[in-house]
Design a protein around this ligand. Structure first.
Ligand SMILES: NC(=O)c1ccc[n+]([C@@H]2O[C@H](COP(=O)([O-])OP(=O)(O)OC[C@H]3O[C@@H](n4cnc5c(N)ncnc54)[C@H](OP(=O)(O)O)[C@@H]3O)[C@@H](O)[C@H]2O)c1
Length: 318
């Protein structure tokens, strides 16, 4: 039995689906079994185990008869504490293999510049100390992030606003991370290994704007914002301080080139190349496409954002 933790999320959902397709018994830890994503798992044949990473008893129950655990959870200031509970439960249940989704490689360090990266390191360290065989997957920036962070403004204003400067980033499709995880969970040659998981090439946001323009058939312009400016925008949107700080820390890392390295893990482990940004954009063109926005409104909004872009350039020049 394989237990998938985080199965209602971007990577975990695809991991569960791929494992079920191999005919293996799969269980998923779900916090809220009434959620649509939990129903979808049950329909695919995944056995639900209601529980929470904050509740040790529910983890012990979920790990009964489990030999392998896939571990991913949301970016959260309690991530190390919550994932540590899963490691302790795996040890009690004498689980034979933990596969953990970690952070982007340069961020995973005890004294690293990003809080979430330091927390990933703490969990990796706890797993290594537990003696349970492990595999750590250290993915790059997910292409799926763009659906949340970029699509709303691209579709409304034709603007791709981000604090990434001109940094090349080897973005990866979360489904490819899941494909690597499924291979690791069903194979026997990945114990105590660490894999960086990226897309096939690194590209900057100028090029990303061109890819999105091609996919949507509309103009998309990149507005590069200094991280501090982006932080102010996010704070005004009501985002919590820790989240804003996390995004700024990650933006600084990417601007310093931390996301540029390309790995061959997807091809090496799955036998096929990772998905490209072009195929991702073509497949997800709709959320990036300007639909039903009256032209006048659109033009006015574009003018307003151009002013934002100019303000960012002035700040940057200071
Ligand atoms: N985004 C990136 O570019 C990037 C890059 C490298 C690494 N990462 C790492 O990837 C991870 C996020 O992966 P993802 O995007 O697949 O996650 P996600 O889509 O946000 O899903 C998070 C999953 O964790 C579950 N979860 C959260 N808190 C839980 C709890 N207390 N108990 C049980 N389950 C809980 C959620 O369940 P519910 O449905 O109940 O909420 C959901 O299934 C983070 O560790 C992040 O640092 C992200």
């Amino acid at each position: 039995m394989i237990l998938v933790i985080g199965a209602t999320g971007k990577i975990g959902g695809e991991v569960a689906r791929l494992l079920v397709s191999t005919g293996r018994p799969v269980r998923a830890l779900v916090r809220d079994p009434s959620k649509a994503a939990a129903h979808a798992l049950a329909r695919q044949g995944v056995e639900p185990a209601t529980g929470d990473l904050g509740d040790a008893a529910s983890l012990d129950a979920a790990m009964q008869g489990v030999d392998r655990v896939f571990l991913v959870s949301a970016q959260d200031l309690r991530q190390a504490e919550l994932q540590g509970n899963a490691v302790d439960a795996a040890l009690r249940a004498t689980v034979g293999h933990i596969v953990k989704v970690s952070g982007i490689a340069p961020s995973v360090s005890p004294g690293g510049p990003a809080e979430i990266g330091r927390q990933h390191w703490q969990t990796e360290h706890r797993i290594e100390e537990s003696g349970v065989p492990f595999t750590f997957l250290r993915p790059g920036f997910f292409m799926q992030n763009l659906l949340e962070t970029a699509a709303p403004m691209v579709s409304k204003l034709g603007l791709l606003a981000a604090p990434m400067g001109g940094a090349p980033i080897a973005m990866v499709d979360a489904r490819d991370i899941a494909a690597v995880a499924a291979e690791v969970l069903t194979g026997d040659s990945h114990h105590d290994r660490v894999y960086d998981v990226t897309g096939p090439r690194a590209f900057g946001y100028e090029e990303l704007a061109a890819v999105l323009a091609h996919a949507t058939g509309q103009r998309v312009r990149y507005v590069s914002m200094p991280p501090g400016f982006a932080a102010n925008v996010l704070r005004r949107q009501g985002k919590p301080d820790w989240y804003v700080e996390h995004l700024v820390e990650m933006a600084e890392l990417f601007r310093a080139g931390a996301g540029a390295t390309v790995s061959t893990t997807v091809r090496d482990l799955t036998g096929r190349p990772p998905r490209t940004i072009e195929s991702f954009a073509a497949e997800h063109a709709r959320p990036f496409t300007q639909e039903g926005v009256p032209q006048l409104l659109h033009t006015a909004a574009r003018f307003g954002l151009t002013m934002v872009g100019r303000a960012a350039s002035v700040l940057r020049a200071r």
